[in-house]
Structures are given as C-alpha cells and as structure tokens.
Design a protein around this ligand. Structure first.
Ligand code: HPA
Length: 255
C-alpha cells in the first residue's frame, strides 16, 4: 500500500477510487486528518492531508508521529510526500519540481522520534530518501529535477535574507518547514519515503520581491495537476516488492 502526504485536494487524482475514510488514534495522539483510502488502477493508496483538510495546522504543530504511525497501522509501506519549498538555488524557477536527496534539519521543538526511551534507537540516515522510490519517480516525468538539499526550518515565519545566504553557503538548495521529522520518522517506522518538492517562490533575498503566502499557495495550485500526474504514474509503475534497505532500518540500530 502506498501513502501520499500532501495538501488537501491532492486525492482528486483522475483514476483514484475512494473506498473509505478512517480516523486513527495513536499512542502519540491524533493524526492531522482522516485517512482517505482507495485505489489507483490495481494499487491500494491512502491519502493524508498534512495540515488538515481546512489547512488549520501550522508546520510546527503537525503531529508527525501520529501521521506516520497511522500510515503504518493501515499497512502502508511507502510514502510519497508533497512539499512546498522556497528556491535557494538560483537555477530553480517557481513551478519547478525537484526530488531532493539530502536534508539539513534546523527544526527545534518537534517530536523527533518514536523511541523516547526506554528503547534507544539510532537509525542510519545517511541517505534520508528511498533510492528505489526516487528512481521510479524520475521515470514518470522527464522534467523532474534530480537531487538537491532540503533545508528544514522550524517556522512558521519565513527566513531572513541572512539566513538564506547562510543556508546557501552550507549547501542548501531549497527551504521548507515540513520534511523533518517526517522523513526520519518514516525511516524509524521502516517505511520507504520520498519528497516531491514544488518550488513555490524564490527564497528570501534571492530576489528583491517581498515573499507572500499568497504566492506560495497560487504556485502550488498551478502545479497540482502535474504533481497528480506524477503520483498517478508512479503508483502504477512502483514495484510491488521493496528491494531497498528501508525495511531493514532497525537492524543494528538499537542499543
Ligand atoms: N521558506 C520556508 N518554507 C517555505 C517557503 C520558503 O520560502 N516556500 C514554501 N515553503
């Protein structure tokens, strides 16, 4: 089963057949929304809106642990996450779609792990994204940009120009607020995980324009059709069995 985390409305993919909606309670509390379960072709898929269907949960308040726990409980093995990002790399244009391959985490106050003791687990996170899923996604749309470092900030404010200059210096290509701890929790849960990053704006100070949430939302809306196409194609060609190492994430990881 394949999970998809994104904005509301993403599940209106042509060919998606909804079968049921479920609410799940987890040891970490309630997920952002109900899970929308259904199928695309012969494959079972589940959607979850990261910020809730009314977009009322800000990035620093998302219950990432409950969301990932819920997916696992339903039987999901792979997750595709859709994220809006600001472009730090000057080659990016708003509307570009990138599959990042690295993350630098600047979040501060989030539940970072399922293992808060007494079990102590240190997962290997050298490659934060599933390589198998990345290869599959890159086959769906020739225009997807391959690779890049995602800087995750705490938010909810946007960055200063100084911060973006620093992030650029340390190798950041894009900036957003929602990849962490989501990606790490997926790895702890032994799920495959990948990020489809949509460049919605130039990051602070990259252009002289003032940043607005309106611009972010508008660009995201314009990119939705392409993102849906990518997801629909990826679901259909995703191998049934997992050949990557994500499922073995807990091997030799526990103290
Ligand atoms: N900064 C942080 N998060 C974002 C941005 C940004 O410029 N655009 C979309 N999400």
């Amino acid at each position: 089963m394949i999970g998809i985390i994104g904005g509301s409305g993403l599940y209106e993919i042509p060919g998606f057949r909804e079968s049921e909606r479920v609410r799940i309670n987890t040891p970490f509390g309630e997920p952002s929304d109900e899970f929308i379960i259904g199928s695309i072709g012969s494959r079972d898929v589940v959607f979850l809106s990261r910020h809730g269907h009314e977009h009322a949960i800000p990035p620093h308040r998302v219950n990432y642990r409950a969301n990932i726990w819920g997916f696992r409980e339903i039987g999901v093995k792979r997750i595709m996450a859709v994220n809006a990002v600001g472009g730090i790399n000057t080659r990016y244009r708003p509307g570009d779609i990138v599959l990042p391959d690295q993350i630098i985490d600047f979040t501060k106050n989030r539940g970072q792990t399922f293992y808060d003791g007494p079990r102590v687990v240190h997962i290997d996170f050298t490659e934060p994204y599933c390589s198998e899923m990345r290869s599959v996604l890159l086959c769906t749309d020739g225009g997807i940009l391959d690779g890049g470092t995602y800087i995750c900030t705490e938010g909810p404010r946007l960055e200063t120009a100084g911060e973006i200059a620093f992030y650029r210096n340390i190798g950041g290509h894009m900036v957003g607020m929602t990849q962490m701890p989501e990606a790490a929790l997926a790895r702890e849960a032994t799920l495959c995980y990948l990020c489809i990053a949509v460049i919605t704006n130039y990051a602070a100070g990259i252009t002289r324009e003032r940043l607005t949430t309106t611009e972010v939302v508008e660009t995201m809306k314009q990119s939705t059709e392409r993102v849906k196409q990518i997801i629909a194609s990826a679901v259909e060609i995703m191998p049934v069995d997992r050949q990557c190492s994500c499922k073995d994430a807990l091997r030799d990881a526990e103290l």
